[in-house]
Design a protein around this ligand. Structure first.
Ligand SMILES: [Mn+2]
Length: 369
């Protein structure tokens, strides 16, 4: 079985039409459509496409909604409308997904911190509908698209999750279910990690016009800090049981929130994005996760993440398991340079194989690093 993984596309609603729209982060529609068309699954080579988080700009991320500190409150109708608008802004991508489904391919989706609303079944229905509308049978889309709550785990072969659980400012207290229905029907309460509050704060601070809303966001951020800190402390004390996915989703791999707040202040003062990142958090998190899973006999030879936007493929330690990262196809790449990365995993052989590759519109020049 071949698993092809990409992440962090940050597909938005296209050009910003209102301040409530997140900025569009994806400019490679043609390349992505060509890439997905090229995957063409066959009986001799069954292929699954693994979409490893932050594929869509659905709340959290940059998207506005009503708020209470530490949470976003979003109407289901607005979420569904946003799915439709994202599909309309990226017709080639959705048509290629429909083509992939029609050819018998399976699509596995793991939500990230920019699309936690994918944990809501009605939103998944909306996504299925948008793919079907782009050119495949609704039943096929429903049967072949699966959303996994927080992580995709193949025992003995592969563990894949978005990776925000290792990132103190972007970790969810309950990553398997960051969205909860509100008592008032039709709206959902979604965890709003500090990182997304701060993104909005930065966007607001860029213009005088945005200053008013920036101040509101600042107040919100300050109120959210103790809520987020308390939330993650509570979830850390919770008994985690033995299920490898539940174990992997605990925000136990991140340090306390005071270090995060100090970094964020430094980042705001120096206006340097890099100043906001804890060092090597993804590798540290992956090593700790491997240690915890191995102790429980759930260790795997391949750990796969996204979120950092840095494509990678190497061993976690000499003779240790492999660490791979899908990087990003969005405009928010950490540097110019290598682009359009994907990770290919072959399972079912004696030992699963993982490699990072870079897509070029001219498929002849696809190369392996
Ligand atoms: Mn992310």
């Amino acid at each position: 079985m071949r698993i092809v993984a990409i992440s962090d596309l940050h597909l938005g609603v296209g050009e910003r039409r209102s301040p409530n729209d997140p900025p569009e982060g994806f400019l490679h529609d043609q390349q992505l459509a060509g890439f997905i068309a090229h995957l063409s699954p066959s009986e001799s080579e069954p292929t699954a496409l693994l979409l490893l988080g932050d594929i869509f700009e659905l709340p959290g991320g940059f998207v506005r909604g009503r708020r209470r500190p530490g949470y976003l409150i979003v109407e289901l109708a607005d979420l569904l409308e946003r799915v439709v608008r994202i599909a309309a802004a990226h017709p080639g991508v959705f048509a290629s997904l429909a083509g992939f489904v029609a050819a018998g391919g399976a699509i596995h989706v793991v939500p990230g911190n920019h699309d936690p609303a994918l944990a809501i079944p009605e939103v998944v229905d909306g996504l299925v509908g948008a793919i079907a509308a782009a050119g495949c049978a609704a039943q096929a889309a429903r049967d072949q698209l699966t959303v996994y709550p927080g992580a995709f785990h193949l025992p003995g072969e592969l563990h894949a999750q978005h990776g925000n659980q290792f990132h103190d400012i972007n970790a969810f207290a309950s990553a398997a279910q960051p969205s909860r229905p509100m008592r008032r029907s039709g709206s959902f309460c979604i965890e709003d990690p500090l990182g997304s509050v701060l993104h909005r704060l930065q966007l607001g601070a860029r213009s005088w016009k945005g200053l008013g809303s920036g101040l509101v966001e600042l107040g919100n951020a300050l109120l959210a800090i103790p809520v987020v800190a308390l939330r993650s402390r509570r979830s850390t004390g919770r008994s985690i049981g033995d299920d490898p996915v539940q174990v992997a989703l605990q925000p136990m791999f991140v340090s306390g929130s005071s270090a995060a707040v100090r970094r964020v202040v430094r980042r705001t003062l120096t206006r340097s994005r890099a100043a906001g990142e804890p060092e090597d958090y993804m590798l540290q998190g992956a090593r700790q996760l491997d240690a915890v899973l191995t102790k429980r006999n759930h260790g795997v030879p391949i750990y796969l993440f996204g979120h950092s936007h840095r494509a990678a493929c190497h061993r976690l330690s000499p003779n240790g398991p492999m660490y791979a990262n899908t990087g990003t196809w969005s405009a928010w790449a950490p540097s110019e340079g290598e682009s359009l990365p994907y990770v290919e995993i072959t399972t079912g052989a004696e030992a699963p194989v993982v490699m990072i590759r870079f897509w070029s519109a001219d498929q002849e020049t696809v190369r392996t690093s």
